[in-house]
Design a protein around this ligand. Structure first.
Ligand code: AHM
Ligand code: MG
Length: 333
């Protein structure tokens, strides 16, 4: 039987590779792993809590008001970051403003985390895969002070680490610190993430495309041209690709990581900036995609080169297998 490597063992073994090898980043990743195990448990019980345990009203059996799962996940991660001591502040898709932690220990923390606690909101209530996405940066403000907006608005190139957790048929944590991408599957029997996908590489090309095609007539014409290319016998594969759209970015991204494919969420006439958030969704996945040999752009420029100008900034997002993203970009005017 081959030896199992747990996430914690892996993090410790690789610590020397981290940009600032002081053990702090290792602790942040461990904190994320613990919080995501708790969220995973809550996700697995979602139907029970909403439809069985909470069936008598808005109050659960502990007498607490039922909260939406994405809010519960947000609080779980914030608690982990605030208590850990390495993080001075966070920004999350669930909160209007960033949060600067006020304890003396936290004010001395050197890192900030930006995250989407539970992405795929339309899938939460219908038992379809959802995910957490996170991005870690060194703060730019002085240690010992409160975290600032500038700490949060850093260019994606400055990410120290990024990752996602997929609550799918199993729970997986995938992350990069800029030295390749590794994936871990939660073994519920021992409560540990175990290395299951070492050194993940996104295939250069694939035959699956993911897009909300309901939007096709409100996108720029180049998008329609690309979708027609995907559906044609005259494409690079000589046969139509398969359309696969889960509507949970983490799940669509993860499938493309493994099988090859492209995910497109362009700007539309109703969402002129695009839908997805640069800081919580696009930057972390762009970092992972590039580390795995894939590509992430707005259709025109590289995501990781964009200087953010506000917390909840949205951008068009083209991400996946390198050749497929390049082809899609070539058809835009
Ligand atoms: P959310 O952060 O509100 O969940 O929105 C992000 C999600 C992505 O996971 C998914 O790819 C996309 O929105 C789906 O949007 P749409 O329903 O417009 O196709
Ligand atoms: Mg989201």
């Amino acid at each position: 039987m081959s030896k199992v490597t747990t996430l914690n063992e892996f993090i410790m073994d690789r610590q020397a590779e981290f940009p600032f090898a002081s053990g702090e980043l290792s602790r942040i990743l461990s904190d994320i792993a613990v919080a995501s195990k708790i969220v995973s448990r809550d996700v697995r019980q979602a139907g029970l809590v909403d439809h069985i345990l909470g069936a008598q009203g808005e109050i659960n059996i502990q007498g607490e008001e039922q909260q939406k799962l994405d809010v519960v996940a947000d609080q779980q991660f914030i608690k982990a970051f605030e208590n850990g001591g390495e993080i001075c502040g966070i920004a999350s898709e669930e909160n209007d403003d960033f949060v600067a932690f006020t304890s003396d220990t936290a004010k001395n923390g050197k890192y900030v985390v930006l995250f989407d606690p539970l992405d795929g909101s339309s899938n939460i209530d219908v038992n379809v895969s959802i995910g957490t996405i996170f991005s870690i940066y060194r703060r730019t403000s002085e240690a010992g002070t409160l975290a600032t907006l500038e700490d949060m608005l850093q260019i994606g190139n400055e990410q120290i680490a990024a990752g996602y957790v997929l609550y799918g048929s199993s729970t997986m944590l995938v992350y990069t610190t800029g030295h390749g991408v590794n994936g871990f599957t939660l073994d519920p029997s021992i409560g540990e993430f175990c290395l299951s996908h070492p050194n993940m590489k996104m295939p250069e090309s694939g035959r699956m495309y993911a897009m909300n095609e309901g939007n096709i007539d409100i996108c720029e014409p180049g998008i329609k041209k690309y979708v027609q290319y995907c559906q044609s016998f005259d494409n690079d594969k000589g046969a139509p690709y398969s359309g696969r759209y889960i509507g949970s970015l983490v799940a669509d991204f993860h499938r493309n990581m493994i099988k090859g494919g492209i995910y497109i969420y362009p700007d539309t006439t109703t969402s002129p900036e695009g839908k997805l958030r640069l800081l919580y969704e696009c930057n972390p996945l762009a970092f992972i995609a590039e580390q795995a040999g894939g590509l992430a752009t707005t259709g025109r420029i590289r995501v990781l080169d964009i200087q953010p100008n506000k917390l909840h900034q949205r951008i068009p997002f083209f991400c996946g297998s390198k050749k497929m993203v390049e082809k899609a970009m070539s058809l835009l005017d």
